[in-house]
Structures are given as C-alpha cells and as structure tokens.
Design a protein around this ligand. Structure first.
Ligand code: P53
Length: 476
C-alpha cells in the first residue's frame, strides 16, 4: 500500500497565457499578459500602454500550445498524468471582458482541449483567473479598483461553469490572489488585479479594495458553481511562502505572526467567509475606508471554498525592525535571507521541509483538503552533445518536496487531493517573461529572444516523473 491515497491526482500545472500563444487568434482579446515585455532576474518586465510595435512580448506566441495541444496532450498522457491544471484565458471567452455574449470560438477551443485530455483519462483542473484578465477592463474601468469587475467576473465564471459542467470538476477562482500583498512593486497589482498606479496614490489602500472585490467575486462564483453542479470542488489559490521568524527573539516571532497575517488573510476570507479581527482592526487603524457593503459580507459567507489550492516554491524569513507594537509588514522591504537554506539562480530559497510546515499551518488553521497545484524548480537547462538534458537538479528539488509532502500525509494526517508540478512543459516565466527559466520535464526549443523551432523533447526528469506517478509516489 502506498502512503498517498489511490485516486491521488498526479498532474502538471500551467496557465493559458504562459503556454498557449495565439494571442489574437480565434477572436481572443488583449490580456494584461499581452502588454508585458520580457525581463530577467533583477530586470522587471515593463507594462506598456497597449501592444506596441517593436517590443518583445513573450506571451504572444509562448510555446504555441494553441496549435500544438493535440501532440502535447499525447505527451502528457505518456508521462502518465491523471490531471492537467491550466486556466481558461478570460480573453478567449470575453475578449474585452464587458461583452454581453461570450465568444463561441474561445469556448470551443476549451471544449476541444478538455475532450482531448479526457480521451486519455486526464482530468482538467481549471483556474478561472490566472494573471490574464482582459486589458480592456484595465483601460476602461481601472481593473479591480472598480466594483463593476465583480459582475464581469461572475458572468465569466457562470459561462465557464455552465459550458464545462460535465468535463471539469476541480476549479479555482483567482490564482495566487495574495501576491499583491507586495503592492510596492508594479508586477503583482497588475497581474493579480489589472491595477496601474498613478503617482502619489495610496497603493496599499487600493490593493485592499481590489482584493475585497475579488474575494466577493470569488464567493459569488463559488455559489454559482455549486448551483450549476453540486459536485464541483471549487478552491482558492494561495501563493504559500511561509515567513519564518529569523530567531527565537519573541519580537521576531511576533513579526512573523503579523507578516503571515498580512500575506495570508485572503485565505481566512476565502475559507471562513468573513474578515479576521486583525484585518478589521488594521484597516481601521490605517483609516482605510473601503467600499464594503452589507451585501458583500453576506456574499462572502455564502461562497466559502471547498479546498485550498496553493503553490509552494520557497520560504521567507523576517526580523523585527523595532516595529512593535504594531509589527506592520511591508513585503518589499522586511524580508531577510535565511542562512540555513540555499537559493536558486533567481534567488528563490529552496526549503523542502517548509512545504510540510506550510501544509501543517493550513491544516491547523482551516481543516480543509489541500491541493498542491504548483511546485517546481526554475533553472537553466543545458543540452548535451547527444541532445539529452540531464536535469538532475530538478529531480532533486522535486524529490525532496514530494518526500516532505508524503511525510505531511503520513505523520501529520493531512488530507491531500493531489500534486501538480509547475510548468512541467517549458513555458514563459510569469515573473520575468523568460523562456530560459525552465521548469519542464518536456523541453521546448525556444529562447528568450523568441527564436527556436518550438520542437518538444523529453528531459531526464520526464522518465523520473513517469515512474513517480506509476508507483503513486513510492519510487522517487
Ligand atoms: P516564475 C512569485 C512568487 C511565487 C509564485 O514563477 C509566483 C510568483 C510570480 O512570479 O508565481 C507562480 O514564472 C505563478 C505562475 C508562475 C510560477 O509561480 O516567475 O502562479 O504563473 O509561472 C513560477 O518563475
């Protein structure tokens, strides 16, 4: 008998904008990802005013999954996946976001994709909003700073739920909704919420307002989904980077508690259907007079999620900065390097045991099933003279994390639905827009400048993961 349950979901995860390409095909509209240029480690992606001539927009073609999906899904089946996590590009369904009728060609594309998956016994796991909202909603409405977004999203969700109710069971509403806890930088507010800040604006307040509308929209979607198909499992999606106290100094500990609150209160609302007291007091103390109606508060209670989907790549650490008694946290400034762990070439701290810690944290706080919907190692791969790619470092990273995931199940009794490693087919990095930050078991011939044949080939990790799935996680 294996440690993991028999019907454990072994999959792989991607997002539409990072692999599909076909950015203006089949009636698709421009998304926020379509106006982001390529960056690098330490060089942020630029957000341009619309799509401009002469810029390198890596998501426009990505790995052209839009035209390659049949051969790709066949490879996924060979890998042995029993689920495939992707997102539905909002702009394929509602190109501008505010149309009355959906775009049939976009709906048909996902019907075809899901049918192709189901043909091989691969269950689609779907995120509704993964960093790819319609750009039109940014320019015309200011993105999620505008309450109207709730209706646009709820409609999009309803159309998807209705159309795919017999093909998809596991859903998530907003990918990594809590990334925007880092509101000081432009990336997360734009990708999460379509927010472009003006000079002198109160960034933090605007972020909380946007997050509130998203949480209400998520709750409405959960309710709508359950009405359409009571079997739906609809989760939230949280970027889990646990924030450790730097030392056992009680002030470091309290700083860690406070930082965790500011980064993870989103989960509290998703799961419990109401704001935690520390957030109510924080918003009041800051004098943030948010637009939160009685109806919103009712909506939140009626759309609690069924499970917690989360990504796990790294952990953080924090030191007190003489901030007591408030211990207010600023994600862009307050984190310190953890001397006990190594980091990837992109500075992401590698901490497998942190995954077990994170699972315990979620389980103690919420007692809901967990679903690890992203985990992975972004690295530069070298092709050997014989054409092979020996990505042992990636295998080492994933093996160590799967071991910890199993310990969380075996020793801590944590209910776990599945595991879908990120970017199991090489794709465009969200953070940097690079191709060379690769996560895949399947190599895609394309470089940062957009050159390459787009040919797919198997890395060493392909055979390894195939064996992991076959043995239900026993042979690592
Ligand atoms: P990339 C930051 C921290 C943790 C996860 O990221 C993050 C980010 C944003 O960069 O994003 C998630 O491609 C996200 C995926 C993304 C993946 O992690 O920057 O859900 O879309 O590709 C990996 O290396």
């Amino acid at each position: 008998m294996s440690i993991l349950r028999e019907n454990f979901l072994w999959g792989g995860a991607v997002a539409a904008h990072q692999l599909e390409g076909g950015w203006n095909q089949g009636g698709k509209g421009v998304s926020v990802a379509d106006v982001m240029t390529v960056g690098a480690h330490g060089v942020p992606r630029r957000i341009t005013d619309g799509v401009l001539q002469g810029e390198n927009y890596p998501n426009h073609e990505a790995i052209d999954f839009y035209h390659h999906y049949k051969e790709d899904v066949k490879l996924f089946a060979e890998l042995g996946l029993n689920c495939f996590r992707t997102s539905i590009a909002w702009t394929r369904i509602f190109p501008n976001g505010d149309e009355v009728e959906p775009n049939e060609a976009g709906l048909q594309f996902y019907d075809d994709l899901f049918d192709e998956c189901l043909k091989y016994g691969i269950e689609p796991v779907i995120t509704l909003s993964h960093f790819e909202m319609p750009y039109h909603l940014v320019t015309e409405y200011g993105g999620w700073r505008n309450r109207k977004m709730i209706d646009f999203f709820a409609k999009f969700a309803r159309v998807c739920f209705d159309r795919y109710k017999d093909k998809v069971r596991y859903w998530m509403t907003f990918n990594e909704i809590n990334n925007q806890a880092n509101y000081a930088e432009d990336f997360a507010p734009f990708t999460n919420s379509g927010i472009k800040y003006q000079e002198g604006e109160d960034r933090e307040k605007i972020m909380y307002q946007a997050a509130h509308y998203e949480l209400v929209a998520s709750a409405q979607a959960v309710k709508i989904g359950h009405e359409i198909n009571p079997d739906f499992q609809i989760g939230c999606m949280i970027a889990m980077c646990p924030i450790y106290p730097y030392s056992c100094d009680p002030k470091d500990m309290m700083m860690s508690v406070s930082a965790m609150q500011k980064r993870y209160w989103f989960t509290d609302v998703h799961v419990r259907g109401h704001y935690p007291s520390f957030m109510e007091n924080y918003l009041a103390r800051k004098g943030f007079d948010l637009d939160i109606t009685e109806q919103d508060l009712t909506d939140l209670t009626q759309g609690c999620v069924d499970y917690i989907g989360f990504s796990y790549y790294m952990s953080f650490a924090i030191k007190d900065h003489e901030k007591d008694p408030a211990f207010d946290y600023d994600e862009s400034k307050d984190l310190v390097k953890n001397p006990y762990v190594e980091a990837s070439d992109w500075g992401w701290q590698i901490d497998p045991l942190g995954l077990r810690y994170a699972m315990n944290w979620f389980n103690e706080r919420y007692e809901l099933p967990l679903f690890i919907v992203e985990n992975g190692f972004g690295a530069i791969d070298e092709i050997e003279a014989d054409g092979t790619i020996n990505d042992q470092y990636r295998i080492d990273y994933l093996k160590a994390h799967i071991e910890m995931m199993k310990e969380a199940v075996e020793f801590d009794g944590i209910p776990l639905i599945g595991y879908t490693p990120w970017g199991f087919i090489d794709l465009v990095s969200a953070g940097t827009g690079e191709m060379k930050k690769r996560y895949g078991f399947i190599y895609v011939d394309k470089d940062n400048e957009g050159q390459g044949t787009l040919e797919r080939s198997k890395k060493k990790s392909f055979d390894w993961y195939q064996q992991v799935i076959k043995s239900n996680g026993e042979e690592l």
